[in-house]
Structures are given as structure tokens and as C-alpha cells.
Design a protein around this ligand. Structure first.
Ligand SMILES: [Zn+2]
Length: 284
């Protein structure tokens, strides 16, 4: 269901709403891993604690206007803040550009925004806050019912498939994690990956949840082979002596991989191209 040519105003509006959601996402990314409230206190400079005035809190623009520095203490403000706002704003713009200002477009935009939060906190802190996955699960289930009654049933799973998908997604990743644990003799996957796949399964349904796990594992394996192993091998020489002192021996221990970093983009890719990928993989 592609609505042709939503007006320019609608697209600008989508960009602005997206930037605001990106700003809120920044708050979640910073505060949830530290188990702090996302409502209070209002945003402050992490360096000097100066409470931000409204004009210092405008998504993207404030960072540019302040040239990336705090107005109070002149310490640099991370470029990640405006980047997240920009990425989410562009995501919302693309969703509305493609699907018009529809319920489906808003579902896609919020799905993608939540997944970005998951990927960023997992990359940064090796954890996936329940705030993202629990919100995502409830959002996916509720909107599947609303979409069913509105007749907008494309892209996301039907209410029945959402329920089955949540269980299938969580179950599949738990099995993968268990096998990984047996194979590597250590914890391979956190509970955050299980709740993430419950959320993703509720959005995509059981078949595409399976594709997401497959695609996420593939992306993770590629990143592991290309980036993580060479770095680890390079560092190994330096670390070996210390580890030998501490443990007496040095079994090669693979570094922990934040699987959510790969599952999140895999889920978004699968939302759009999962069916095409399945058709390609199972072609006669
Ligand atoms: Zn400051």
C-alpha cells in the first residue's frame, strides 16, 4: 500500500516529529541503562549540570547553533545527540514519503526508532533496556489489533501472528543462546535478546522472526570475523601476560558480542525485504 506523493508539508511535518522522537530517544538511551527516570529531572549538561533552556533543547538545531558546546561550561556535547535526532527524523520522513501520513507509516517509524535505541544501548552498554522491548512488544500487539480493524494489514503481522510471533521469536533466540552457551561454555546471550525477539516477533510474525534471527546471526558472524577477531588477536599479545598472571593459563576467549546490535537492523531489513529473501532462499 503505497500512497503516492504525500504533500511537502506532510513530509516536513514528519521530519520535525521524527526529530522530536529522536530527542526523546536520546534521553532513553542515556538514562535507561543507568536506571534513571526518563521524565525527571529535565535535561542537563552532563559536565556542569546546567539545566538546559528550551532553546538549548531544540532537536538538531541547538547543537548546530551552540557549535557542539555547552553554553555554560563550554565542554563539547557529543555529536551522537544531533546524529540520532537526524537519523530518526530521516526515518520518519522516509516512512511518510513512502506510505503517506498513515497508521502504517507511524508504526514503521516507531518500530525503527525503538530498534535504533536497542542497537545503541546494546553497543554502548551491552544491555537492552526493558523499556524499549516491553514498550515495543505492547505497541506491536496493540497496533496489530488496531490495524486489523482499520483494514491496514500490510507490512506488519496480523493479531494472531503477532501473538504467535512473540512466543516464536523469544523461543528461537533462547534456543540459539542455549546452544551457544553449550558450545562456548559461557553465557552467550542475555535476557535482553529474548525480550527483543518477543517484540520483533510480535511486529513481524513467526516466519519473519526466524528470518531476523538468521539474518542477525549472519551479520554478527560477518562483523565478528572482519572486525572483532583481528582486533582481539592484535590485543591478545598485550593481554596475555596479565591474564596468565591472573588465571594461570590463557584459553582463547572470544569477546562478548552484543547480539542486539545485529538483530535490530536485521529486524528492520526483514520488515521490508524478509518475504523477498525467503522467496529467494526457498526458490526451486
Ligand atoms: Zn556544561
Amino acid at each position: 500500500m503505497t500512497v503516492s506523493n504525500p504533500s511537502v508539508i506532510a513530509q516536513v511535518y514528519a521530519f520535525i516529529i521524527g526529530a522530536c522522537f529522536g530527542s526523546f530517544l536520546n534521553v532513553c538511551i542515556v538514562r535507561w541503562p543507568r536506571e534513571r527516570s526518563i521524565i525527571r529531572p529535565p535535561s542537563r549538561c552532563p559536565q556542569c549540570g546546567n539545566q538546559l533552556a528550551w532553546f538549548e533543547n531544540v532537536p538538531i538545531l541547538s547543537w548546530v547553533a551552540l557549535r557542539g558546546r555547552c553554553r555554560c561550561c563550554d565542554e563539547p556535547i557529543s555529536v551522537m545527540y544531533p546524529l540520532v535526532e537526524l537519523v530518526v527524523a530521516c526515518g520518519w520522513l522516509l516512512a511518510v514519503h513512502h506510505y503517506g501520513f498513515t497508521f502504517t507509516a507511524i508504526r514503521i517509524a516507531i518500530f525503527g526508532t525503538t530498534l535504533l535505541g536497542v542497537a545503541m544501548t546494546d553497543a554502548k552498554h551491552y544491555l537492552i533496556p526493558d523499556g524499549f522491548t516491553l514498550f515495543g512488544l505492547v505497541f506491536a500487539l496493540v497496533t496489530s489489533v488496531v490495524a486489523f480493524f482499520r483494514g491496514e494489514t500490510l507490512v506488519f503481522a496480523s493479531p494472531y501472528n503477532a501473538l504467535v510471533g512473540a512466543c516464536a521469536g523469544a523461543g528461537m533466540i533462547a534456543i540459539v543462546g542455549w546452544i551457544g552457551e553449550v558450545a562456548t561454555k559461557r553465557e552467550a546471550m542475555g535476557l535482553g535478546d529474548v525480550t527483543l525477539m518477543a517484540f520483533v516477533g510480535a511486529a513481524l510474525g513467526p516466519t519473519r522472526a526466524l528470518i531476523t534471527v538468521f539474518l542477525g546471526a549472519t551479520l554478527g558472524a560477518i562483523a565478528f570475523a572482519v572486525v572483532v577477531i583481528p582486533i582481539t588477536l592484535l590485543r591478545r599479545g598485550q593481554v596475555r601476560e596479565q591474564t596468565e598472571l591472573a588465571l594461570g593459563s590463557t584459553p582463547f576467549e572470544a569477546p562478548l558480542v552484543p547480539f542486539g546490535v545485529f538483530l535490530a537492523p536485521a529486524a528492520l531489513l526483514t520488515l521490508f525485504w524478509g518475504d523477498a529473501l525467503l522467496a529467494w532462499l526457498t526458490r526451486a
